[in-house]
Design a protein around this ligand. Sequence first.
Ligand code: SF4
Length: 116
Amino acid sequence: MKQITCISCPVGCRINVDVVNGEHIFSGNKCIDGTLFAETELTAPLHTITIMVRTTFPDMPFLSVRTNREVPKEKVNKTIRLLSKITVKERKRIGETIIRNILGTNCDIVAASDMY
Ligand code: SF4
């Protein structure tokens, strides 16, 4: 049996996964979203990234940014490493794009807060 913690909401259900006749059987989740989360984690895990990046502005030296959709789990570490090296040189409004299609994931990096 495998256990997965659902992070779809703050409840954080621990979901037990058994395999019966080649199919995943889930228990421990309080709602259907947990089943969907666990199935995705087992087959094609995806994650949203939220992180602070440097800026050139002394009044706001860091900007919170996030992916505009979920990225494949295997690209999460590489994306975070890349973001740790960038510096934002223009003021951005919340939701404005900072990097398009990061690492070919079809995900954009957008500002998660307003710099004005
Ligand atoms: S299973 Fe449902 S209630 Fe439990 S953490 Fe996931 S979304 Fe929240």
